[in-house]
Design a protein around this ligand. Structure first.
Ligand code: COI
Length: 356
């Protein structure tokens, strides 16, 4: 594969030289899909293993209409980000965590999966091949989307005979249209995201299709997103459509414990460690919906949303506002500590970043 950005010297190279950064409006990135140069594809044939992946020009893929992923939803995805540092080097954030989570999910979904090493190597290759799409320092990040899918044909319900691991990337800014301003959530009390014994705790594609109905209804009413309750008691917080939730009361930060119905977020885990290192007491436990009433602050965490302060939550018609409609001090602090580390602005004492 020829390098995307060639340094030197001939006239024909001038274009490459001047497009060291892609020609897009870096000041107005949202979370929409922008195609980039390359994607990574690795296949696992029937009875075999994943091996010999390769970078390909980004484009449409061909799938048998009977592919397991299309018919029975046998698919997983991951999400992680690459940041461009001021010195031009690139930082990944905990990519081996995504690799391990994909492997756990694959086990639940009866799929073979790349090894941690294959996964991380593939991420690095894809990011470097698309380097010109990584936003300038401070303007956003390159969102990396690994997919694992049953690409072989099945008709009767069964695991697919063949699998495809694919990575594509897209430059992104803020996830919510509110930008860094607080988001407004509504608690959903009819529809549920996950059930005990189901797949809520893995990043299977179906978990995300399942929230679209409630999310669309909430957005139509002007809310940013939906907060789900457990489906048994309809009383305990689970997560928001695309992120985990934290409730702050004094020096104590509580978040729903991982118990099979909640996605074990890598940002969630990192924020728990970050908050503890900042002197907060963090509790992973059952958090009741009533606790939202007298919380000081609420915030969401996720790769895409990073740390998003919650301005208000509406539950059964009653609206509770936090931090006087502004960004709470705890949310601000944790956002700042985490993102400075992710962007390489502070020393990484946790060993979380991988420099390319
Ligand atoms: C992420 O935060 O990376 C996710 O996978 C959530 C997705 C709905 C954007």
């Amino acid at each position: 594969l020829s390098p995307v950005v060639r340094r030197n010297a001939t006239l024909s190279d001038t274009y490459s030289e001047t497009v060291e950064l892609a020609d897009i409006d870096w000041d107005n990135l949202g979370f929409g899909f922008l195609p980039t140069d390359y994607m990574y594809v690795m296949r696992c044939p029937q009875g075999g293993n994943f091996s010999r992946g390769e970078l390909q020009r980004f484009g449409n893929i061909e799938l048998n209409p009977s592919a397991g992923v299309l018919n029975y939803g046998q698919g997983l995805f991951e999400g992680l980000k690459a940041y461009r540092k001021e010195d031009g080097n690139i930082l990944l954030f905990r990519p081996e965590e995504n690799a391990s989570r994909m492997r756990l999910g694959a086990e639940r979904m009866c799929m073979p999966s790349p090894t941690v090493e294959q996964f991380v190597d593939a991420i690095k290759a894809t990011v470097l091949a698309n380097k010109r799409w990584i936003p300038p320092a401070g303007k956003g990040s390159l969102y990396i989307r690994p997919l694992l899918m049953g690409s072989g044909a099945v008709l009767g319900l069964a695991p697919a005979p063949e699998y495809t691991f694919l990575i594509y990337v897209s430059p992104v800014g803020n996830y919510f249209k509110e930008g860094v301003a607080p988001i407004n959530l509504i608690v959903e009390h009819e529809l549920h995201r996950a059930a005990p014994g189901g797949t809520g705790g893995v990043k299977t594609i179906g978990n995300y299709a399942a929230v679209l109905k409630a999310q669309s209804a909430a957005k139509a009413k002007g809310y940013s997103d939906v907060l789900y309750l457990d489906c048994v008691h309809k009383r305990y917080l689970e997560e928001v459509s695309s992120c985990n939730i934290f409730v702050v009361k004094g020096n104590v930060i509580s978040t729903p414990a991982i118990k099979g119905t909640i996605l074990p977020g890598i940002t969630r885990k990192s924020i728990i460690d970050t908050a503890r290192s900042q002197g907060f007491q963090v509790e992973e436990r059952l958090v009741t919906v009533d606790e939202l009433l007298d919380a000081d602050e609420v915030f969401c965490t996720g790769t895409a949303v990073v740390v998003s302060p919650v301005g208000s939550i509406t539950y059964l018609g009653k609206r509770v506002a936090y931090a006087d409609g502004g960004v709470g001090v705890v949310s601000q602090k944790l956002y700042s500590v985490l993102t400075r580390l992710q962007m390489g602005l502070t020393e990484d004492k946790m060993g979380w970043t991988v420099e390319l």
